[in-house]
Design a protein. Structure first.
Length: 139
């Protein structure tokens, strides 16, 4: 069992792209935030039924951070792991790990669910809340 599959209940593969590398030959720091968005939204769509095009509720990023541990670069095949640290009425805090055999970066991301039209916070829809509870960190 790999570290990613042991510590994160939702895992997906991410293929690096040539454009992800910066002039220094490694994945640029801002690209990791795109990886975070990708795994979170893939989870919400596939597991929580989030309708990103026409749904009444959307998630907006209220806070994010990333800690860089070691470099990755194209053509590395990465794995992203996702778990939930905390669930509130309208917000959720995720923890993300990006791996290339070992941890490359870890992150923290807070979504606030809002009404698509008014952009006012709203309760997390039950289907999404149920999915989030399945990947909630227990320790």
């Amino acid at each position: 069992m790999t570290e990613v599959s042991r510590d994160y209940p939702f895992v997906m593969s991410i293929a690096t792209r040539w454009i992800d590398n910066d002039i220094y030959g490694h994945v640029n720091n801002v690209v990791y935030y795109a990886y975070f968005d990708t795994i979170i939204n893939r989870f919400l769509i596939d597991e929580g039924g989030l309708d990103i095009k026409t749904g009444d509720v959307i998630g907006v990023c209220a806070e994010s951070r990333c800690k860089y541990v070691r470099s990755a670069s194209f053509p590395d095949a990465l794995e992203a792991g996702l778990r939930v640290a905390q669930i509130g009425t309208s917000s959720v805090t995720y923890e993300i790990g990006i791996f290339e055999r070992e941890l490359c970066a870890s992150g923290h991301f807070v979504h606030v669910f809002v009404d698509r039209k008014t952009r006012k916070p709203t309760a997390i829809p039950e289907t999404i809340r149920t999915a989030l509870e399945r990947i909630r960190r227990t320790a």
